[in-house]
Design a protein around this ligand. Structure first.
Ligand SMILES: [Zn+2]
Length: 105
């Protein structure tokens, strides 16, 4: 959401994908995500994602028991679930936590 005109010109994903300044298509102000909070939020996300994927793999291995090396690729599944689900939630949290700041022209 644009901090100036409150129109939905920026998405939560916009805050995540780049730290570059961008222009609101409705009111024309130039904003960028607050740098420090953005960096902090990203480090927390990587941390949580790593723990979650590790934990998911651990639970998964416990459930299926020993597997042969041929099926080792199956570990990619819990790795993806455990790693990506927290990121999807995090994008929402990040949108709330990281404010847009005005870029001085
Ligand atoms: Zn705007």
């Amino acid at each position: 959401m644009c901090p100036n005109c409150k129109k939905d010109t920026f998405s939560a994903w916009d805050k995540v994908k780049s730290n570059k300044p961008r222009k609101c298509s409705e009111c024309g102000i130039i904003v960028k995500p607050a740098f420090f909070r953005s960096a902090l939020s990203l480090s927390i996300a990587i941390f949580i994602s790593t723990i979650c994927s590790g934990l998911t793999i651990y639970i998964f291995m416990k459930l299926i028991g020993p597997i042969s090396f041929t099926y080792i690729w199956i570990i990619a599944l819990p790795l993806l679930i455990g790693g990506i689900l927290p990121i999807i939630l995090w994008i929402k949290v990040n949108d709330w936590f990281v404010p847009w700041v005005l870029e001085k022209a």
